[in-house]
Design a protein around this ligand. Sequence first.
Ligand SMILES: *Cc1c(COP(=O)(O)O)cnc(C)c1O
Length: 385
Amino acid sequence: MIPYVTDTPDIRIPANLLPTDGRFGAGPSKVRPEAIAALAAAAPSYLGTSHRQKTVKSVVGSLRAGLASLFSLPDGYEVVLGNGGTTCFWDAATFGLIETKSQHLSFGEFSSKFATAAAQAPHLGDPEIIKADVGTHPLPVARDDIDLYALTHNETSTGVMMPILRPEGAALPADGGGLVAVDATSGAGGLAVDPAEFDAYYFAPQKCFGSDGGLWVSLLSPAAVERIGTIAATGRWVPASMDLTIALDNSRLDQTYNTPALATIFLFDDQVRWFNDNGGLEFSAGRSARSAEILYTWAENSGFTTPFVAREQDRSNVIGTIDFDDSIDAAVVAAVLRANGIVDTEPYRKLGRNQLRIAMFPAIDPEDIAALCACITHVVGALAQ
Ligand SMILES: *Cc1c(COP(=O)(O)O)cnc(C)c1O
């Protein structure tokens, strides 16, 4: 074990305080043991078999149908998937979803990245970038020359969530308005959303979906599907692995263009089934909401912590960022937790704050969030001795 600080104080957290599962990372995040057991049971006839045959295609089909159900997608919406994770979807979107000019809300590390990708694309005009201080979020502004508004449901680097709504006063895409594309990588499955408010809601499975990385999924409205066709008809050059027309064609056949990670797809489907079997998005987002309530209530009352995000409605239900009093070194707390099997509570490095960042994805038991709070209180008390 490599601690983050050289001299981790030797503090043993009493076993009765420890959470059942010590994984609180923002991604890759906790994978449910039940999903791993299901994968192990299915493995002999599933892993190591062709992704073009029925066994795997039926899992992809189940995943696509499960996501359509989880998000209550209206008729005409499509579930499209491809390889490479969210970062590759940004590139695919610069090729296949943005016509000429996009608007990006930039309020942290992740939301700034799509803006950069669009700014660097030689075939696009300069994007409009609306920034806000970390710990807050800006709002999109309706404009006639914007053909895609890029929103982020949950900014994973700062723990800020924002409601997903079309820009106030913007025409619907069917009436010539821009598409709304939402990076929901860390929010999807853990936050409520109305499909009428987006045209592309995209994410990867290593966060709320308790699986592994390397895949992207995008829930596309009919307007987004039409946009993909319109851009393709202009003859714009697109590398095949980034081509959304190819991704769409393959997804409709319950396949990906090139070979996907089969275990990732299986675990992803298992998680979506677990959500749907227990009540859908209300169940999964409800677990995160309960965890958030526990964490922020504790943080406001501990006497040595405060939630980093000032406005209550901006505080994320899926990623909590908790500032520590200057008298306590949060990095030491994270190192002690790590030495006790509680991992990945370190803050987002580039934010540079004396804080812990705690994931509250649906797989993470709210009772384990309560246990984590008790462990932190114990560690801070022991450090003061
Ligand atoms: C994790 C994350 C990403 C990056 O996802 P990859 O699959 O690693 O490319 C992008 N956006 C947000 C909001 C994230 O949380």
